[in-house]
Design a protein around this ligand. Structure first.
Ligand code: OXD
Ligand code: MN
Length: 592
């Protein structure tokens, strides 16, 4: 399918190492994809679901020991350790290639190696980057065909170029002890072995579009961020775009597809989803920051997705979708997960592949009794999303008015605040954090600092990443304003105070009003906070006093947070830019 000698030589080398019986090039045609689906169904790798209720949908179960990203086994292999930094695991490239070669050697014997040419971004656009993933898994091929733009046309766009990202994936023995997700940013290379789980093996996503892309972005003057992108269209037909970074499992997909509350809907406001997980941001000729979503689909968390939390996602995953590790309802040949509805199937198989008895489900022992794995997923096509933006495929992307950071904080962060300027906004992103909840884990309120929601995804030294943010700010003539939100403040009984979901739009409306200079704010030690009356609560069962409470700055918990921030900066090390240490000192002084 190509005469590109860089591609052909590399594939020869990788085939000599892994020794597949056969090599199949993925052309992206419906005919080939159908044949692969049929083959995977015949071996049990995927199960075809009820074609009337869930047309063209399939179910896959991963190995029980292979259900999530493995940060402890994810490495950034730069020649110098300090270039990977202390937040990343590091291995010397030569050592890593040697170690992993032993695991790859002969691992595809008796199997087929699939060659997937794919694009992150719109093929042919100046934003796009190209990659090739070699894999022994049809499940990976089928997922990549949803999550990326893949096939023959990508090879044509690549031409004779050598600058593609080389990804090698082998399931090998799925051995946890020898599972490695390794990145060689200096060589444009990703090696993943002994896993079959999405985030570890769909190499276009976290590995390329965040880790390798963040490294390239720094070199080339753009940014790869763990951000959703959404547009809010006014009744006059003007759309403003917001990008937002939240740590994994903090509701990015839900926010990206939110349904406006009645008060906005009846006036004619609409919300459009451009992306739910990754944004690539560049400075446009007009001096604004422009964003594209480099992906082509959604790899969303299933549990908790329902008609109330995210009807758009539910609708999107109703056709052409691959479900992973959810419950299989044998009576209807459909799928189910905790939080979908109150009707768990009576005749069902759980994510482990065992018969599942919903009456044994114990909220306090979810790990052992849930039917769907808490990190079970749907892989669905963006074009099937009812609220997909008409700019989704626009090669130029969309201009960003506001960048929003957020985390899960029971007390510390108010509902929303605005940073004083780009430098302070970078500081706000750098101190982002999330707390574990009683629902999710044993210990409550354990703080994990997750700068810009990129802690697991920066492909180089975190201190240099902060510096890159500061530099970008100096080069964007018309920079977006930077905000922080927290939907997760709790009362003394631990209940969430803010209703969340679609009502989060009320906060986004304040953010846009600030961007347009249409509303005042109160200056506090941490930034600009709304006046309570400027958050629209019409139609909500909430009083203005509650809003006041949600917007209050809890000085005591901020002071306590300072030492945790200092510890984190120390961990990041001496490449933390002086400007951020100055911001930290200034915050401390303002808190008194
Ligand atoms: C994801 C993640 O899968 O952030 O998107 O873990
Ligand atoms: Mn993510």
């Amino acid at each position: 399918m190509t005469n590109n000698k860089h591609i052909l030589t590399w594939i020869d080398e990788m085939a000599a190492l892994t020794q597949p019986d056969k090599i199949v090039w993925i052309d992206g045609s419906e005919e080939q994809t159908d044949a692969l689906r049929a083959e995977a169904c015949s071996t049990g790798e995927i199960i075809k679901l009820n074609d009337e209720l869930l047309p063209n949908c399939y179910l896959h179960r991963t190995a029980v020991n292979d259900v999530a990203r493995v940060e402890g086994r994810t490495f950034i292999c730069t020649s110098k350790k300090e270039d990977a930094g202390s937040i990343n695991n590091w291995m010397a490239p030569a050592e890593c290639y040697e170690k992993l070669s032993k695991l790859y050697r002969g691992s595809m014997k008796g199997q087929t190696m699939y060659v997937i040419p794919y694009a992150m971004g719109q093929v042919g656009s100046s934003f796009a980057k190209y990659g090739i993933e070699l894999t022994d898994s049809i499940y990976v091929v089928l997922n990549m065909l949803i999550m990326t733009r893949a096939g023959k046309h990508v090879l044509e766009a690549m031409g004779d170029d050598a600058g593609f990202i080389k990804g090698l994936h082998a399931r090998a023995d799925l051995d946890e002890e020898n599972r490695y997700i390794c990145h060689f940013p200096e060589d444009n290379t990703i090696w993943s072995v002994n896993s079959g789980y999405g985030g570890n093996v769909l190499l276009g996503k976290k590995c390329f579009a965040l880790r390798i892309a963040s490294y390239l972005g720094r070199k080339e003057g753009w940014m790869a961020e763990h951000m959703l992108i959404l547009g809010i269209e006014t009744p006059e037909g003007e759309t403003k775009y917001i990008s937002a970074a939240f740590p994994s499992a903090c509701g990015k997909t839900n926010l990206a597809m939110l349904i406006p509350p009645e008060i906005y809907k009846k006036k004619g406001y609409k919300v459009w989803c451009v992306g739910d997980d990754i944004a690539w941001l560049r400075i446009g000729e007009d001096g604004r920051l422009w964003a594209v979503n480099p992906e082509n689909g959604f790899f969303g968390v299933a549990p908790g997705t329902n008609e109330k939390s995210n009807p758009n996602a539910l609708h999107t995953a109703q056709r052409d979708t691959i479900f992973t590790n959810v419950v299989h309802d044998l009576d209807t040949n459909t799928v189910w997960w905790e939080g979908l509805n109150d009707n768990p199937p009576k005749n069902a198989i759980d994510w482990r592949g065992n018969p599942w008895d919903f009456t044994k489900y114990d909220k306090n022992n979810k790990a052992a009794t849930a039917g769907a794995h808490p990190n079970s997923r749907f892989t669905a096509m963006a074009e099937n999303c009812p609220c997909i933006s008409d700019k989704f495929n626009d090669p130029a992307g969309v201009p960003i008015s506001a960048i929003v950071f957020g985390g899960r904080r029971a007390k510390t962060a108010p509902l929303v605040y605005q940073s004083f300027n780009w430098q302070h906004g970078t500081f706000v992103g750098s101190i982002m954090a999330s707390e574990t909840t009683a629902a999710a884990a044993g210990a409550v309120g354990v703080v994990r600092r997750d700068p810009m929601a990129m802690r697991p995804f920066v492909g180089y030294n975190m201190g240099d990443y902060f510096a890159h943010w500061l530099n970008m700010g100096k080069n964007i003539p018309n920079a977006p304003k930077i905000f922080h939100v927290n939907w997760f403040r709790t009362d003394d009984e631990g209940n969430f105070i803010w209703p969340g979901f679609g009502d989060n739009m009320r906060v986004l409306m304040w953010i846009l009003a600030r961007c347009e200079g249409k509303v005042d704010a109160v200056e506090t030690a941490i930034g600009y906070v709304p006046k309570a009356e400027d958050i629209n609560i019409e139609g909500l069962d909430i009083t203005i006093d509650t809003i006041r409470d949600l917007l209050s700055v809890d000085t005591k918990s901020w002071k306590e947070d300072i030492s945790n921030i200092k510890e984190f900066y120390e961990l990041v090390g001496d490449r933390v830019p002086a400007e951020l240490n100055e911001e930290l000192a200034a915050l401390e002084a303002r808190l008194g």
